[in-house]
Design a protein around this ligand. Structure first.
Ligand code: CAA
Ligand code: NAD
Length: 293
């Protein structure tokens, strides 16, 4: 456990909105850091799926000898899964990790901004590409809203991008720096509130270029990925990584970045559109550029 709440400004009670790939990973990170964590999903089925993801991941950590069964039980004991946004009212910090859809996030920031009870409660988004300033503007507390961008898989990746918007206060940024570094034990970097921040500005055009290359028939998916793994030492190739991120999410990030910069390299290629339309979303749906059983 890295660091529990106690000192002034520290976070004790966390709320996570969305328990998908990222929300479940962030939940695990927070609960393993000793924090009381509430996860809100859209319905009972999604809530049960979120709980299963967290349980399975903790179970794998136990199998690898990283946690004892007792620690798994303690960690799970800190997490409450619910479909009631009202359960977020008493939180010190909310991390929104719902689908990468601007309308969904705006509605959540409107609703949750109004129900937080503590004057200094922070409302943050794990968005990959949606402007933070827009989320702050509808929240009724723009100085206490910022981007907190974890990487997938959240329990493994050390980086968290911190994105203050034009309206975020210095105190909010400082509290989140402390939260990420001291309470979660992760490595923050700071980025400006522009679509893609630092990492996706570099990563997403690369992923989309690989999809275009595959679409044009230059090489097989396996050979494109092998090229980047064995030729450049990446842990996985761009098509396997797109499957891991989720093709719907890769597409949504490309659209946001294209809207902001009108840079053709950010525009999703037709094959990506067709795959998302067909429900081929990568690892989370069982099929993307590869099969995932
Ligand atoms: N949850 C928790 N832990 C996981 C995990 C998961 N989903 N997947 C892997 N791990 C852990 C394993 O338990 C293992 O831990 P130990 O070594 O301590 O036992 C470790 O990670 C390595 O796992 P594996 O041996 O099973 O697999 P691997 O060596 O092939 O690594 C990987 C898997 C960590 C995913 C690695 O392939 C990797 O780093 N890939 C690149 C991931 C990446 O680029 N992420 C960024 C995506 S972009 C993004 O997130 C931003 C955005 O907005 C889209
Ligand atoms: P996902 O599709 O796996 O999960 C999204 C979850 O949000 C779903 O379980 C869905 O039921 C839930 N949801 C949707 N609307 C909701 C609402 N109104 N209230 C509560 N829950 C709601 O997506 P993900 O990959 O976890 O992405 C979530 C966020 O994290 C997105 O903003 C995405 O851009 C960002 N992100 C994704 C990655 C990645 O690699 N996938 C990495 C970093 C950041």
């Amino acid at each position: 456990m890295v660091g529990q709440a106690g000192q002034a400004g520290q976070v004790g009670q966390v709320g996570i909105i969305g328990g998908g790939l990222m929300g479940s990973g962030i939940t695990e990170v927070c609960a393993r850091a000793g924090l009381d964590t509430v996860v809100v999903e859209v319905d009972d089925t999604a809530s049960a799926a979120a709980e299963r993801r967290v349980r399975d991941s903790l179970g794998r950590a136990a199998k690898r000898g990283k946690l004892t069964e007792e620690q798994v039980a303690e960690t799970l004991g800190r997490v409450t899964f619910t479909t009631d946004l009202g359960a977020l009212a008493d939180r010190d910090l909310v991390v929104e990790a719902a689908s990468e859809d601007e309308e969904v996030k705006l509605e959540l920031f409107r609703t949750v901004g109004a129900l937080l009870e503590k004057a200094d409660a922070l409302l943050t988004s794990n968005t990959s590409s949606i402007p933070i300033v827009k989320l702050g503007a509808v929240s009724g507390r723009p100085d206490r809203v910022m981007g907190v961008h974890f990487f997938n898989p959240a329990p493994v990746m050390q980086l968290v991008e911190l994105i203050p918007s034009l309206t975020t206060s210095t105190e909010t940024l400082q509290r989140m720096q402390g939260f990420v570094a001291d309470q979660l034990g992760k490595q923050p970097i700071e980025a400006t509130d522009r679509a893609g921040f630092v990492v996706n500005s570099l990563l997403v055009p690369y992923l989309l270029s690989a999809i275009r290359m595959y679409e044009a028939g230059y090489a097989s998916a396996a050979d494109i990925d092998k090229g980047m793994v064995l030729g450049c030492g990446h842990p996985m190739g761009p098509l396997a990584l797109s499957d891991l991120i989720g093709l719907d999410t890769v597409r949504a990030i490309g659209i946001s970045m294209y809207q902001e910069f009108k840079e053709p390299l950010y525009s999703p290629p037709p094959l990506l559109d067709r795959m998302v339309d067909a429900g081929l979303l990568g690892k989370k749906s069982g099929q993307g550029f590869y099969r995932h059983d």
